[in-house]
Write a protein that binds this ligand. Structure first.
Ligand code: MN
Length: 497
């Protein structure tokens, strides 16, 4: 046993990206030891020791640069349900936070349903879980990713159902959370099981195109890199990526399988150190090559709803080929790959609020869960329920996060003022400034999907009449009016300019 533990600890240690504090690394390795001994004697359908699964989940979470409690919970996500390990022991060894996350994951996996009903239930469970703590969903996505990587060992009749569920629920959720890397992996793993013929066709078409263009593109990348450097642009890397299979197929369907109509199969990706350098590089490229006007997109100034940022352009490369180019900063790249997870990284200080206590959002954060439950009661047909959810919940609602990862649901168009009052009236009333995705922004800034919002308050800050025009929710307006009324004319004289 000792030897087994050492072997697995070493494996995990090698996959820990540098920069994590030493004490955290030690905690992670203790979790590995517990997982190895707890799962001793258990095997997966592939024949491998069961512990390889939970350690794989831990490694996926480590690659996402997520906080240590989540990594440990990922490594221990099956011990409560499948082993003798008790909740008390987990609390004693790793604390309440880890136990809370493991319990969240365990609850998610509990109920079993059949057919479409199963999907409805899964979706609902995900809503509930993410309203409690979004990190539970991240563990579940990492768990699903490894299960999809090993799906070939699952009984054949189960594979398609699992893969379909992955496409409809997990990949969609990963997308909503801006976790591009997990989303694309889940989709490409599920694709061959759900649509085997279409998968084959797409692979063949892609192969024809890439074998011809890949070396050409490598040349363009090299030339561009040199040209940018000659013209004094700061460039980290110029690389290219191949469009992933599932999203290629979705486009192919749209264009009647005419692959020549799809221009972004291969795209150059230019990483530069700052936003200013993004536009600088773009300017140089447009002055050297003819851009195709309709294909230019500024997702830096106007990010996608899930927070995605980059400049997209397409140019004629001088040899009659159209080349798609994406320009972004390293931070935009990390966010595009890991989304919400890149914000959930452990902060040494923790998040403090009024009276130095952590901000609690328990009272407000279950609103959307209640809505889901209500919708479900009114609709008896499960298929209707799903399509309604897809419309209403994924597209019309705005989900933003506290720095701790709590979900706050707001209507579209809501601002930081709405966010502050949604947490607590006292937080709203002492709001002084706000950071969105770690950047200071004005109070009236309209929040976007998946923004991480950090309220900074000051005991001397007070609401003023102008705020009424800077918020969207009735709740915020109600509290501001109430405050102004209670503190009457004096406040008006001070604040109305
Ligand atoms: Mn698992």
């Amino acid at each position: 046993m000792e030897q087994e533990i050492k072997k697995y600890q070493q494996q995990v240690q090698e996959s820990i990206p540098i920069g994590r504090p030493d004490t955290d690394v030690q905690d992670i390795l203790r979790a590995v030891a517990l997982a190895v001994s707890a799962h001793d004697g258990q095997y997966r359908s592939s024949g491998e020791p069961y512990v390889t699964h939970v350690l794989a989940v831990g490694k996926i979470l480590l690659q996402m640069h997520i906080d240590t409690a989540t990594v440990i919970a990922g490594i221990l996500h099956d011990v409560l349900e499948d082993t003798e390990t008790t909740s008390e022991y987990i609390t004693e060894q790793f604390g309440d936070e880890v136990l809370f996350l493991i319990e969240g994951v365990t609850k998610l996996g509990h109920l079993k349903y059949k057919g479409v009903q199963r999907h409805v239930e899964s979706l609902r469970k995900f809503f509930i879980a993410s309203s409690a703590d979004i990190r539970v969903v991240m563990i579940k996505l990492a768990d699903r990713l490894h299960n999809m990587q090993t799906l070939e060992y699952v009984r054949e009749d189960k594979r398609k159902r699992i893969a379909l569920e992955t496409l409809e629920i997990h990949a969609r959720l990963a997308d909503r959370l801006g976790m591009g890397s997990i989303k694309t992996q889940l989709e490409d793993l599920a694709f061959p099981y759900v649509y085997p013929d279409e998968y084959k066709k797409t692979v063949e078409l892609l192969h024809e195109v890439t074998s011809a263009t890949e070396s050409h593109l490598a040349n363009v990348a090299k030339t561009l890199f040199e040209e940018l450097q000659i013209l004094d642009a700061q460039v980290n890397t110029v690389d290219y990526r191949v469009k992933h299979l599932y999203s290629l197929w979705k486009k192919l369907k749209h264009f009647n399988y005419d692959i020549n109509k799809i221009y972004d199969i291969l795209a150059l990706r230019i990483i530069v150190p700052s936003i200013v350098e993004c536009y600088h590089a773009l300017g140089i490229i447009h002055s050297l090559y003819k851009p195709i006007p309709s294909r230019f997109k500024d997702y830096i100034a106007l990010p996608k709803p899930n927070g995605y940022q980059s400049l997209h352009t397409a140019i004629l490369d001088g040899q009659g080929e159209i080349v798609e180019i994406q320009i972004r900063t390293p931070q935009m790249h990390t966010e595009a790959e890991h989304g919400i997870a890149s914000h959930a990284v452990y902060k040494e200080q923790g998040e403090k609020s009024l009276n130095n206590k952590p901000i609690h959002t328990q009272s407000k954060k279950h609103n959307w869960t209640k809505d889901v439950l209500q919708v479900e009661q009114n609709i008896t047909d499960a298929k209707d329920f799903i399509s309604k959810l897809k419309l209403d919940f994924f597209d019309e609602r705005l989900f933003v996060y506290t720095p701790k990862g709590d979900v706050i649901e707001l209507p579209r168009g809501a601002t930081a003022i709405d966010f502050a009052y949604a947490i607590h009236s006292e937080i709203g009333n002492t709001l002084s400034s706000v950071k969105v995705n770690s950047k200071m922004v004005p109070l009236h800034t309209v929040l976007k999907q998946s923004d991480v919002v950090e309220i900074i308050h000051h005991e001397k800050s007070r609401p003023n009449r102008k705020w009424l025009g800077m918020c969207k929710t009735h709740l915020a307006k109600h509290h501001i009016k109430k405050y102004l009324k209670e503190h009457g004319g004096i406040m008006d004289r001070f604040f109305v300019r």
